[in-house]
Design a protein around this ligand. Structure first.
Ligand code: E4P
Length: 217
């Protein structure tokens, strides 16, 4: 499973990228707001850091304007994936940009039918939002499993990009189901390394080592 980082925080991306943890990046208007940065500038900086896909989201709601925004975003770098919402205008934009050779990430997907129609429109990535479904007492992971089954039934090339990931368990479950990619905030990716028994075991080893009076260096 590829790891994308869901942030526009350049330092956080760079830190994880140095460890080989970053196969791509996803941003959205809320994350751009949080960064306090200009979308074109920060997206360019992120694209220069890595070779993998960097999702940058359009904000227009009609297809013509969305296509123009998408073209402008795609000019930032060759590794841009234009992010479009799963609306009819978004699907039109997806088809136009995909036909022109631009990667497209269709976002705000909450149903298997939406994922199916995005694949028909040629989406490079489909982004089902796990956490936001869980928030309203639906099962986000069940949606990932449904999409996996449908895409496998018909050999669609669209990659399942599990999004709105809120916990390390979400990462494990997405990997078990076979999501192609999971995008998560830096803190969630780091949390994957944590285990209470690792901390306990290390504390014991260090305490015993202290008692030996030895040094390695
Ligand atoms: C995905 O591309 C989105 O940017 C993101 O995963 C949304 O996550 P949230 O529901 O935690 O805001």
């Amino acid at each position: 499973m590829k790891f994308f980082v869901d942030t526009a925080d350049v330092d956080a991306i760079a830190e994880l990228n140095d460890l080989g943890m970053v196969d791509g990046v996803t941003t959205n208007p809320s994350l751009i707001l949080k960064s306090g940065r200009d979308i074109l500038e920060v997206t360019k900086e992120i694209c220069d850091l890595l070779q993998g896909p960097v999702s940058a989201e359009v904000v227009a709601t009609d297809a013509d304007e969305m296509i123009s925004e998408g073209r402008k975003l795609a000019e930032i770098a060759p590794n841009i994936a234009v992010k479009v919402p799963l609306t009819w205008a978004g699907l039109k934009t997806c088809k136009t940009l995909t036909d022109a050779g631009t990667m497209v990430n269709v976002t705000l997907c909450f149903s298997a039918n939406q994922a199916l129609i995005a694949a028909k429109a040629g989406a490079t990535f489909i982004s089902p939002f796990i956490g936001r479904l869980d928030d309203i007492n639906l099962d986000g992971m069940e949606l990932i499993a449904d999409i996996r089954a449908i895409y496998d039934n018909y050999d669609f090339n669209t990659q399942i990009l599990a999004a709105s990931i809120r916990s390390a368990n979400h990462m494990k479950d997405a990997a078990l189901i076979g999501a192609d990619v999971a995008t998560a905030p830096p803190a969630v990716i780091k949390a994957m390394a944590n285990h209470v028994l690792t901390d306990k075991g290390l504390a014991q080893f260090l305490s015993d080592w202290e008692k030996t009076g030895q040094k390695i260096l």
